[in-house]
Write a protein of this length. Structure first.
Length: 592
């Protein structure tokens, strides 16, 4: 028996020794990497020009749990990165590739403001374009904020104006005997018109024309101001498009003709032969240092995409969810509200809306944060409409770009029934339901008159609640909100005149409002704390290794090994139609 116990003891001791050795090895590796980090620093050169490629569509933000390796920069990466670079003596300027992204006007306004803020520190921005091919205004509007624009010889300059188009499926549905039944509140709520109509409704044509005119007027004036030109002359030059680079140069819309390597070399020479560094390398290398230092702490919570119920499981480091999940977003606000170090909360929203219940969950969390003494400022991205406006309406202040699409205070609900369509191709469908409304949301049979009345009652109830919450949150008379609601989408410039937003500007305007609400001096720099906070083993590795060149390379290699190619689901138009649930969604809006 004694021998057996000694044998057990030896096994336990051996296991503990093994664990201790592994733990010691990990500690030694981490300490070694930290030591290398102290010697090497963040791995960035002492004299550099940052390179930024904006020739592809750009998202507003990404989940904090998604690593910066091998992903394209977001709007918020650029906004925060250029601010950091403006205060970094090692960064002499920025070289940007632009054209081809078909950038929306509000995205261009945010990026343009970030460029202007960077240039105010005395640094330069050189842009090169192989062609502004889109007829939309956004790509050129963002480029106009630079102090030097190059174009490739004989490349196209297509910037012309603001346009929109829509596809309507009602005629096809009629031919195939599909029955669309979608209730909307109210006339301007156009998200379901592609299923219900054969053309723009008068209300939708009115609101779309107003949106495009607002974009055109504001973008033309802003580009003219950046280029120090007469707005009427710029408008006339846009009217001449499509044209070529030589024409744009003669009109002083650009500065130089040349190829990308020539423009890049000019940027290097302007930076005293600085080394060219991709902006995302700079962002991730300096990320840890940006979180260290004195100054009040402000929570930053970002959300991009449709608002959905539940969780998007943000623990995945290598994939972005592309949705705003109610559980995750509300929990982020709640955690920020409980953090005694947080002086204010900035909520960055870029969303067309979505689930009613998830939107209400987020709004409730926002209100409770305010009750806990945390002022909440909303910074709107390119789109914060319908449910995106719902979650914003109670904020202490709402800041939007002049071109931001917002409002759309309305709801829609319904379905498309395809039972008769199946019969046309020899397919029969049958169904059995126990309970009068067990098949209420069935995609086979249309609503009965009684069910249609029930559906409209639901829409009326949710719409009245939405309007009431906006009235209370914005401190506007109920009749005033009813008049400016009706599902209508407004640009930020028009929304401010209606009382739906407080200030026109980008992210840094929201930061100024957060400082004022929290009693922080306007000149004092704040430290941003992201929510939800990254968690898990790989996040610990990232945090431990951040700031060291060797550590960054180690995690980058690990990322490359683990990350699988992203799948792309192709959704049919009919599958995107409402399926019976009440939604607060604004889709089919102009993108340029």
């Amino acid at each position: 028996m004694i021998a057996f116990l000694r044998w057990c003891r030896s096994i336990v001791v051996g296991m503990l020794n093994g664990v201790a050795k592994v733990a010691l090895f990990v500690i030694v590796v981490v300490v070694a990497l930290m030591g290398i980090g102290l010697i090497v620093g963040d791995g960035m050169p002492g004299n550099m020009v940052l390179k930024l490629d904006l020739r592809m569509p750009i998202k507003d933000s990404s989940s904090p749990s998604v690593l910066a390796f091998q992903r394209n920069p977001t709007v918020m990466d650029i906004v925060l990165g250029l601010d950091r670079a403006g205060r970094d003596a090692r960064v002499k300027g920025v070289f940007m590739r632009m054209g081809g992204a078909d950038m929306s006007v509000p995205v261009a306004e945010e990026i343009g403001a970030a460029i202007a803020r960077f240039r105010k520190t005395g640094k330069f921005v050189v842009v090169h374009s192989q062609g502004f091919e889109s007829q939309g205004l956004g790509d050129y509007l963002a480029a106009a904020s630079a102090d030097e624009i190059w174009m490739q010889p004989k490349s196209p300059f297509g910037t012309a104006g603001a346009g929109a188009g829509a596809i309507f499926l009602r005629g096809m549905f009629d031919k195939f005997q599909a029955v669309p039944q979608i209730a909307k509140r109210a006339d301007y709520k156009s998200a379901a018109d592609m299923y219900m109509e054969k053309d723009y409704t008068p209300a939708d044509r009115e609101q779309t024309t107003a949106l495009l005119q607002s974009w055109y007027d504001n973008a033309t004036k802003a580009a003219a101001a950046d280029r120090k030109l007469d707005p009427k002359a710029v408008a006339a030059d846009f009217e001449a498009s499509p044209q070529f680079a030589d024409d744009a140069r003669k009109a002083h819309l650009i500065d130089k003709i040349g190829y990308d390597d020539e423009a890049e070399q000019a940027a290097k020479e302007r930076g005293d032969n600085a080394k060219i560094e991709p902006i995302m390398d700079y962002v991730r290398a300096t990320d840890a240092a940006s979180k260290v230092g004195g100054g009040p702490t402000v929570a930053l919570i970002t959300g991009t995409g449709e608002i959905v119920e539940g969780t998007a499981e943000h623990g995945n480091l290598f994939e972005d969810s592309n949705v705003i999940a109610g559980d995750d977003f509300a929990d982020a606000i709640r955690k920020a509200a409980k953090d005694h170090a947080i002086k204010a909360i900035i909520v960055r929203i870029d969303s067309p809306g979505g689930s009613v219940t998830a939107s209400d969950q987020i709004l409730d969390a926002l209100r409770k944060a305010q009750e806990a003494g945390k002022p909440v400022i909303v910074s709107m991205g390119a789109l914060a409409a319908s449910g995106g406006y719902y979650v914003s309406c109670a904020a202490n202040k709402i800041v939007a770009e002049p071109g931001t699409l917002t409002g759309s205070i309305g709801v829609l609900t319904g379905k498309v029934s395809v039972g008769k369509s199946l019969n046309l191709i020899g397919v029969t469908a049958d169904e059995i339901g126990i309970g009068k409304n067990a098949l209420f949301d069935s995609g086979i049979s249309p609503y009965t008159p009684e069910q249609w009345a029930n559906l409209n009652a639901q829409a009326d109830s949710i719409y009245a609640d939405f309007v009431g919450k906006v009235s209370a949150g914005r401190k506007l008379p109920l009749d005033t909100v009813k008049n400016i609601a009706k599902g209508r989408v407004w640009t930020g410039a028009d929304a401010r005149s209606k009382g739906l937003v407080d200030d026109l500007g980008g992210f840094w305007m929201a930061v100024s409002e957060a400082k004022a609400a929290a009693g922080i001096s306007p000149d004092e720099r704040v430290v941003f704390k992201r929510y939800p906070e990254a968690e898990g083993f790989f996040d610990a590795l990232r945090d431990a290794f951040s700031g060291t060149a060797a550590g960054m390379r180690a995690v980058e290699g690990l990322s490359a090994l683990i990350q699988a190619p992203a799948g792309h689901a192709v959704l049919q138009a009919v599958s995107e139609a409402p399926h019976g649930g009440v939604e607060m969604l604004a889709t089919g809006l102009p993108i340029q």
